[in-house]
Write a protein that binds this ligand. Structure first.
Ligand code: ADP
Length: 630
């Protein structure tokens, strides 16, 4: 019972969501179902009356009834047709909105929650199963058909009760006595009770089976979805697949998972079919008993020949309605079971508060950020990645964060941008814990280029403005500063050129060019704090030198934080902090740190040797080239 209540709770919640998309659609469906019931049962009554009138020879009355029947069929048919026209397209509309609901929710969750594997599994599963058994768009049809079937069953049962009470013309003899009101009424109540009990048993048996199949199904769908969406449909994967000859392995794995998924659906459908057959068997007992009753009443003269056709029609409706009720309930149950995952995702709470204090708008850019005893461990891991970090970031200063790979530099930035919250300690902006500020306003303070920056298959301008207003001169200025102006000018439609070939004949760009555009995007945001995480990693030495030459102008009047493990690229920063195993181990200017002969000096010397050897290699090459030219 609890299972049914929970399924219907889900169903009603989903109906509410449909109602929020189109408020007229549910009332219209209800109106349409009422019209169809009137058409069926009104038709049965009028036909019965028409037959009786014909048998009695009242042709005038028969003509009136025939006209009424025709008129009713025409008017109700037309109105139902008009209502159904309004339903067209609803399914697609709801399906599209489903994706919007899903994505809106995922953007509203904090980054930390979104990184949890179980959250992405929920999203993948919801997406993959959204259209199963017709999905959300079909749910309303199931509910309306269920209401239609219930009303139809009630109407046919009332007719049979009415039939039970009809008295035979002569109550003598065995048949006459059996056809009297009491025996049929007792028989009818017994059959109905037996039917209700059997249906409940059937329902319980198959509900358990379906739940078992559903639970074992989830893992397969997640694997399949990963293979199809993130591996097979990923253009970048194509390179590795070809080079390592992974085609057969991947297709084999996908086929295997698909077969498993298919077998789950087959089992689900088989259980559905078995359930309907069992229910049909139960309802047919009612139909047989009721037909016997009608025949007995007709033979003993308790009902007319016309009424006989009416009762026979009603009983036929009863059988159809019972099967349809069971079918629709099963369909609704399957959709709701899958949709429960989607609703559970919508109900997920964010881990962290969004904050409410507005961030003070300051033209002087005096935003002072500080880490106070900050330690941090990633969710699900035991080790602290940052350990008691204390650091005041100088307003409008040029700060470099250096350290070996894995030292915690990027994590430090992620915490600063509030993608994660400190496990211990706090980060402050102008003395106030950053958690208290409105999250969106706080983030607007940062223009960031992460190592794994992402550009989109959109026009260049949209990649640069990233949702902010398009201002042509500012876009070109940002491109100029990021050394990308010439590159964009050479593109076929300049700012309106689409990136990447998978869209509108777009252009493909190299990793270095993409990095320059990502840099331009960060500069266009015109944020008071600019953070560049290895911003020149994909650039050639010449382009890198050009960016550095412009760097001072780029970050003028802003606080800038520059992360790199290339020491040479940090020299122009006036404040360098050195991370080692999650701790700040040194801080100072380039000269001070060299003089201190600590970690920084060690890394600098190690890299200087490399640069020297590169330099000498370049010299050898140049000399060789010159001699061959001669
Ligand atoms: P850096 O930027 O200095 O190379 P990171 O800050 O990226 O270093 O990483 C510091 C440590 O945190 C590394 O040991 C890394 O494996 C770990 N780490 C980074 N991201 C995650 C994550 N999402 N979940 C768990 N551990 C992570």
């Amino acid at each position: 019972m609890r299972d049914i209540i929970s399924i219907h709770k889900t169903g009603f919640r989903l109906l509410k969501m449909i109602h929020s998309v189109d408020s007229i659609i549910i009332p219209l469906h209800l109106l349409e179902l009422c019209m169809s019931l009137v058409q069926v049962y009104g038709g049965l009554f009028l036909t019965a009356a028409l037959i009786d009138a014909l048998l009695l020879g009242s042709f005038e009355q028969a003509a009136g009834l025939a006209l009424g029947l025709l008129g009713m069929t025409l008017v109700l048919g037309l109105c139902s047709g008009l209502a159904r026209r309004r339903f067209q397209g609803l399914r697609t509309k709801i399906w599209l909105l489903f994706y919007v609901w899903l994505r809106r929710k995922s953007f509203s969750l904090d980054y930390e929650t979104m990184e949890k594997p179980e959250v992405s599994e929920k999203i993948i599963f919801s997406e993959r199963t959204s259209d199963m058994y017709g999905g959300l768009g079909v749910l309303l049809y199931h509910y309306c058909d269920m209401i239609r079937s219930v009303l139809s069953i009630l109407l046919s049962v009332s007719l049979v009760i009415y039939l039970c009470l009809a008295r035979p013309e002569s109550p003598e003899g065995l048949l006459g006595r059996l056809a009297g009101p009491v025996p049929p009424a007792l028989l009818f109540v017994g059959v109905l009770a037996g039917m209700g009990w059997s249906s409940w048993k059937v329902f319980k048996k198959y509900a358990v089976k379906q739940q078992e199949i559903f639970q074992s199904h989830t893992g397969v769908e997640n694997k399949l979805s990963y293979l199809m969406n993130q591996v097979l449909a990923n253009v970048k994967v194509g390179k590795i697949v070809r080079l390592y000859g992974m085609q057969d392995m991947l297709l084999h794995n996908t086929k295997e998972e698909m077969e498993k998924s298919h077998s789950y659906f087959e089992r689900m459908c088989l259980v559905g079919r078995q359930e309907s057959s069992a229910n049909r068997a139960v309802s047919s007992i009612f139909t047989i008993v009721s037909y016997l009753l009608v025949a007995m009443k007709a033979v003993t003269g308790a009902v007319t020949i016309g009424a006989f056709t009416q009762y026979a029609g009603a009983l036929n409706q009863f059988g159809t309605s019972v099967s349809s009720l069971i079918g629709d309930h099963g369909g609704m149950r399957k959709i709701c079971t899958y949709m429960q995952e989607f609703l559970a995702f919508l109900d997920m709470e964010t881990l962290h508060e969004k904050g409410s204090i507005p961030v003070e708008k300051r033209n002087d850019g005096e935003y002072e950020l500080a880490f106070e005893n900050v330690s941090f461990r990633y969710p699900g891991s035991r080790e602290m990645v940052l350990k008691s970090v204390n650091c005041r970031i100088r307003v409008k200063g040029k700060m470099a964060v250096v350290g070996k790979n894995g030292a915690g530099k990027t994590t430090f930035i992620k915490l600063l941008c509030r993608l994660y919250e400190p496990t211990e300690g706090r980060i402050t902006l102008n003395g106030i814990d950053i958690r208290k500020y409105d999250e969106e306003e706080y983030r607007s303070l940062f223009g960031v280029v992460f190592q794994d920056f992402k550009l989109f298959a959109f026009p260049v301008w949209e990649n640069i403005t990233a949702g902010y207003e398009r201002q042509e001169d500012r876009i070109w200025e940002a491109l100029r500063q990021a050394d990308a102006e010439e590159m964009v000018k050479k593109m076929p439609e300049q700012l309106d050129t689409w990136l990447y070939k998978n869209m509108k004949n777009g252009v493909d760009i190299s990793g270095g060019e993409a990095q320059k555009l990502a840099l331009a995007r960060a500069l266009y945001k015109d944020a008071p704090v600019v953070i560049l995480d290895e911003p020149t990693a994909a650039l050639d030495p010449k382009a890198e030198a050009q960016i550095y030459a412009r760097f001072n102008r780029m970050v003028e009047g802003r606080t800038s934080i520059f992360i790199s493990h290339r020491m040479s690229s940090c020299r122009f920063c006036d404040d360098i902090i050195v991370f080692d195993q999650g701790e700040i181990v040194e801080r100072g200017s380039h000269e001070e740190l060299l003089a201190a002969r600590g970690n920084y000096a060690e890394m600098w010397n190690a890299q200087a040797k490399y640069y020297e050897s590169q330099e000498s290699l370049r010299e050898i090459n140049n000399n060789q080239n010159k001699s061959t030219e001669k």
